[in-house]
Design a binder for this molecule. Structure first.
Ligand code: COA
Length: 375
C-alpha cells in the first residue's frame, strides 16, 4: 500500500544579526584601501592588481539583495578579519548547525501539531556540513528525541528539494511515517568576503520541512503531488575544500578555491533555461497547466534570474505575489531560500490551489516539488 505524502509544517531559524549593503560596502572598501596601501609598491610595479571598491548600487541592481542575516557580523565587518568569528564547538556541546536545525525543526513540529514521537527520519540537507561524521542529522535526531534514523546529504543549493524527494518517497513507500528535512545553512563561513564579485551574495539561516502522510495531517497542508530532481556536471559553481586539503603541499591558508567560487555570468545564462524547462516538464507530467500554478517558490539567488524563470514558465511577467522573493532580506541562503519563501508566503493559498517549490545551483542541480493545497 502506498501513501500520499504531504508537507504539514515548516520552521525557520533566522539569526538576529543583520548586515546592510551600506555596512558591507563600508567594510569591504576599508579592507580594499588597507590592502592597496599595504601593497602599494607591488601595485605600482604592476605585480598585483589594486582592489576596486564595491558599491551598494551595483549590489542591488545586479542581485536584488538589500541585507543579509549572519551568525556573527563583527568578524565580517572588521577590515582586518573579513570572515565570521565562529567558535568551533567542543565534542560535548551541540554543533552550531545542529543548534540552528533543532530551532527550525521544533517550529516545524509545532506548526504541524506534531511531537518528536511522530517522526521516524531526520535528513540534514545542506550545502556545507560542519564536520564529516557523526552526521549532523543524527545529532539533530538525538537533540529532538526522535527514534528511527537520520542521515546527511549535500546537493548544494538544491539540497532541500532533493531531501524532500527522499523523504516523500519513503513516506509514500511506507518505510517512514514522517520525516523532518532540515537545512541549516552557514553560508557566511564559506563565502570569501574579500572578493568584490561575490562578497554580497550569501546569508545564514536554517529551515525545516515536515513531510508525512497526507491522511495523518491534522490541519491545512500541502499534498506532494510529485517531485523531480536532475543534475548535469558543471565547474561554474565550485568549492574545493575537503578532507584532502591537509595532505596538500601547497599550504592550507588563503587558497581562494577553498571557499565558494562561481562564474556568475555563465551560471545565470546556463541555469535559467535548465530550470525553466525542468519546471515546464514537471508540471506537464503532473497534468497541470502553467496558468493553473498559483505560486512559484523559487531558489533565492538573484532577482532577475527568478524574473526570467517566472516569465518563461508562466508565459508572462509573474505578479509579485505569484513568485515571492525573500532575497532582499536574506540574500542567497543556499538550499534554504525556496523554503523560506514557501514558509512565509503559502498560508493564503486556497484548497485546490497548486504551487511549485524549485531550487537550483551547483552541480548543476535542480529539484522541484509540485504541491496541491488542502484545507
Ligand atoms: N561592486 C561594484 N562593481 C562590481 C562589484 C561590486 N561588488 N562586483 C563586480 N563588479 C563589476 C565587475 O567587475 C564588472 O565590471 P566590468 O564590466 O568592468 O568587468 C561589472 O561589475 C559586472 O560584473 P558581473 O560579474 O558581470 O555582474 P553580473 O551582472 O553578472 O552580476 C552576479 C553578478 C553574481 C550577481 C550574477 O551574475 C548572478 O547572480 N549570477 C547567478 C549566480 C547564481 O545563481 N549563483 C548560484 C549560487 S548558489
Amino acid at each position: 500500500m502506498t501513501h500520499i505524502p504531504a508537507i504539514t509544517g515548516t520552521g525557520l531559524f533566522t539569526p538576529e544579526q543583520t548586515i546592510s549593503n551600506a555596512e558591507l560596502v563600508e567594510a569591504f572598501n576599508a579592507y580594499a584601501d588597507l590592502f592597496n596601501a599595504q601593497h602599494a609598491e607591488a601595485i605600482a610595479a604592476g605585480e598585483i592588481e589594486a582592489k576596486e571598491p564595491s558599491s551598494e548600487a551595483f549590489i542591488v541592481k545586479a542581485s536584488g539583495i538589500e541585507q543579509r542575516h549572519v551568525i556573527d557580523k563583527t568578524g565580517i565587518l572588521d577590515p582586518t578579519v573579513m570572515h565570521p568569528l565562529l567558535r568551533q564547538r567542543g565534542d560535548e556541546e551541540p554543533s552550531l548547525m545542529a543548534e540552528m536545525g533543532v530551532d527550525a525543526a521544533t517550529k516545524a513540529l509545532a506548526a504541524a501539531g506534531r511531537s518528536a514521537d511522530d517522526i521516524d527520519l531526520v535528513i540534514c540537507a545542506a550545502s556545507n556540513l560542519e564536520r564529516a561524521y557523526p552526521a549532523i542529522a543524527v545529532e539533530i535526531q538525538n537533540l529532538l528525541g526522535v527514534s528511527g534514523f537520520a542521515f546527511d546529504m549535500n546537493v548544494a543549493c538544491s539540497s532541500a528539494t532533493f531531501g524532500i524527494q527522499a523523504a516523500a518517497d519513503m513516506v509514500r513507500a511506507g518505510s517512514v511515517r514522517a520525516a523532518l528535512v532540515v537545512n541549516p545553512e552557514i553560508c557566511s563561513a564559506h563565502l570569501e568576503w574579500r572578493d568584490r564579485d561575490c562578497h554580497f551574495i550569501f546569508g545564514d539561516v536554517a529551515t525545516a520541512t515536515l513531510v508525512e502522510r497526507a491522511d495523518a495531517a491534522s490541519g491545512a497542508h500541502f499534498e506532494i503531488m510529485s517531485t523531480r530532481c536532475a543534475t548535469a556536471f558543471s565547474n561554474n559553481i565550485r568549492n574545493n575544500n575537503g578532507f584532502l586539503r591537509r595532505s596538500r603541499p601547497d599550504g592550507l591558508k588563503d587558497r581562494r578555491d577553498m571557499q565558494f567560487m562561481q562564474n556568475g555570468r555563465k551560471v545565470f545564462k546556463e541555469v535559467v533555461p535548465i530550470v525553466s524547462d525542468h519546471i515546464a516538464d514537471h508540471i506537464t507530467a503532473g497534468g497541470i497547466d502553467a496558468g493553473d500554478l498559483k505560486r512559484l517558490w523559487l531558489h533565492q539567488a538573484n532577482k532577475s534570474m527568478n524574473d526570467f524563470i517566472g516569465r518563461k514558465v508562466l508565459g508572462r511577467a509573474p505578479a509579485p505575489e505569484e513568485q515571492p522573493n525573500i532575497l532582499q532580506d536574506y540574500a542567497n541562503t543556499s538550499s534554504a531560500g525556496s523554503i523560506i519563501a514557501f514558509s512565509k508566503h503559502s498560508d493564503d493559498l486556497q484548497a485546490g490551489d497548486h504551487g511549485l517549490i524549485c531550487s537550483f545551483g551547483a552541480g548543476y542541480s535542480v529539484g522541484s516539488v509540485l504541491l496541491r493545497r488542502h484545507a
